[in-house]
Ligand binder design. Structure first.
Ligand code: ATP
Ligand code: MG
Length: 235
């Protein structure tokens, strides 16, 4: 469904990503790991058309070349992005923040407020609160909910559980996995490495200094602590 072929991305003159090849098949959850600054966010931003000034190489989405398109067109093709910094509108209510996520195209709509509230009942109770009044965990539910309002087929999640207390992080991850299995949504998840995260991935990639240094079966990584240590400094 998504294929990156030899992607090289630049911020200004700085060359950040080097020959990235990555693939997501329909229904798959792909994990992307790497230390701080490895280039994980830049990969997601390159897919979304957000790396100025340029991204070279091919990005195919359902067989169609999408690199070079403006971000809103890429989003309209069915790719949803949950950015690292959440991007909640502080002066809009929870409900208004969700409505912003609706796309103009409304046929075959699967997600609207009722669906988001069914997965995240907490958001219903906070419906009229302002974005700036929410806790980190609530904000992250809201960002995921807002992305779902656009009915994506593929979602890119950039460290969705970052900064959340362990129980809240686990709950959010369970909801994300539930949404994925009930709606057959494909995902790329950037997360801090933990052996538990590997359990729900189909494929995982590890990056270092703008390159992919491991690609494979999550079980290979899970069973090999030496490899975890070598690739990620953990284990
Ligand atoms: N807007 C920018 N302008 C210039 N350089 C940038 C910009 N954003 C990121 N970089 C650089 O690109 C490299 C990759 O950064 P990126 O944010 O993709 O890493 P990351 O793996 O997501 O890290 P983290 O785990 O800290 O979120 C880093 O060296 C970073 O300093
Ligand atoms: Mg990042």
């Amino acid at each position: 469904m998504l294929q990156l072929k030899n992607i090289n991305s630049f911020y200004g003159n700085a060359h950040i990503l080097f020959d990235i090849n990555l693939k997501v098949e329909e229904g798959q959850v792909v994990g992307l790991f790497g230390r701080n600054g490895a280039g994980k966010t830049s990969v997601l931003r390159s897919i979304m058309g957000l790396t100025p000034p340029r991204c070279e190489g091919q990005i195919l989405y359902n067989g169609e070349e999408i690199s070079g398109l403006p971000a809103y067109q890429i989003a309209n093709k069915g790719i949803g992005f949950v950015p690292e910094d959440r991007k909640i509108f502080p002066n809009l209510t929870v409900r208004q923040n969700l409505v912003v996520g609706r796309k103009a195209k409304r046929e075959n709509k699967k997600w609207d407020l009722d669906e988001v509230y069914a997965y995240f009942p907490k958001l219903k109770t906070l419906e009229n609160n302002l974005g700036c009044e929410m806790s980190g965990g609530e904000q992250q539910m809201l960002t995921v909910g807002r992305t779902m309002m656009g009915d994506p087929e593929l979602i890119l999640l950039d460290e969705p559980t970052e900064g959340l207390a362990p129980l809240i992080a686990e709950h959010l991850m369970q909801m994300i996995i539930k949404i994925r299995s009930e709606f057959n949504i494909s995902m790329i998840v950037v997360e801090q490495f933990s052996p538990q995260v590997l359990d729900f991935l189909d494929i995982c990639y590890v990056m270092e200094m703008g390159q992919i240094i491991f690609e494979g079966d999550p079980r290979t990584l899970k069973e090999n602590e030496e490899l975890q240590k070598q690739l990620l400094g953990v284990g």
